[in-house]
Design a binder for this molecule. Structure first.
Ligand SMILES: NC(=O)c1ccc[n+]([C@@H]2O[C@H](COP(=O)([O-])OP(=O)(O)OC[C@H]3O[C@@H](n4cnc5c(N)ncnc54)[C@H](O)[C@@H]3O)[C@@H](O)[C@H]2O)c1
Length: 277
């Protein structure tokens, strides 16, 4: 038998060195605190030092050590510097979570406009952030994973990847490409460098965060028309809570998923399996 570990050993992620891009955001910031609570050493990679400092302050008393580096996920040279700094500090790097991402209004077709009105600059920026912002960190850290012959990448996909979300063009295109990249890189790394290099993704359903709050909720907290449409297609009839991503991330990081690569794990209250009728 390859795997004779106890449940505690299978799910032990203490002392793993885990890099989280966009680790100051709503979903990833919650994951950073959870992973540090499990004894993992967490490296936050984000652009805004004051936001990094706020997350670090919130993790100070947790068992895992947390550090932060200011870096843009589109800056290849900066990413390589961070990777070297992480290895200098911890001696290795075990996991990369690509959580930096998001949408912007210009890459979405407004209700009263047409696809012919697309703002190509905004579209390109959303594609760059979500796709290149996943590919570039993956390649920067893959260098270390290949040298170690072990490593785990977890990308952030979305419900927009498998079913195009109405009006949301750039983000849907980019997240669909993230799913494809997840599968492609999983095969490439496993075939050339062995089964201890794994690449997976999680696809969150609809979670209230800074970027989508005004789209989904009115000021009084009731759902907007769009929020109601999302809830009508979510069998659980509610939005997700950021802590509901922790278990999926933990599983994909841990040895419990040692034979899992190239998968996109939906955490969505059933949104992706419901036709809506
Ligand atoms: N909230 C949801 O319902 C939802 C659903 C599906 C997928 N997602 C995905 O989950 C991830 C986290 O989203 P969130 O909702 O927590 O949003 P968020 O805006 O709170 O987090 C995104 C983080 O990425 C950072 N970031 C943006 N551009 C960056 C760059 N160039 N370099 C470094 N960092 C950068 C932001 O500063 C922010 O901290 C994103 O990839 C998003 O697309 C969110």
């Amino acid at each position: 038998m390859l795997n004779q570990k106890s449940p505690a050993q299978l799910f032990d992620i203490s002392n793993r060195v885990i890099v989280v891009t966009g680790g100051t955001g709503v979903l990833a910031g919650s994951a950073v605190k959870y992973l540090a609570s499990q004894g993992a050493h967490v490296v936050i990679l984000a652009r805004d030092q004051s936001k990094i400092d706020a997350v670090l302050a919130a993790t100070r008393d947790l068992p895992g050590e947390c550090v932060g580096y200011q870096c843009n996920v589109l800056d290849q040279a900066g990413l390589e510097l961070v990777c070297n700094a992480v290895i200098a500090r911890f001696g290795r790097v075990d996991v990369l979570i690509n959580a930096a991402g998001g949408n912007q209004a210009g890459a979405t077709i407004a209700p009263d406009s047409s696809v012919l009105d697309l703002n190509h600059t905004a579209y390109r920026q959303v594609m760059d952030l979500n796709l290149d912002g996943t590919v570039k960190p993956s390649l920067a850290f893959a260098k270390a994973f290949i040298a170690q012959r072990s490593g785990c990448i977890i990308n952030f996909s979305s419900m927009a990847a498998a079913q195009a979300i109405t009006r949301v063009l750039g983000y849907s295109n980019a997240k669909a490409a993230v799913d494809n990249f997840t599968k492609w890189l999983a095969v490439e790394l496993a075939q050339k460098y062995g089964p201890a290099l794994r690449v997976n993704a999680i696809a969150p359903g609809f979670f209230i965060a800074d970027q989508n709050r005004r789209l989904l909720l009115n000021e009084d907290g009731s759902p907007t028309a769009r929020g109601k449409a999302v809830l009508a297609k979510t069998p659980f009839k509610r939005f997700g809570e950021s802590n509901e991503l922790h278990g999926a991330l933990h599983f994909l990081i841990s040895d419990a998923s040692a034979f899992v690569t190239g998968t996109v794990l939906a955490v969505d209250g059933g949104f992706s399996c419901f036709s809506g009728v």
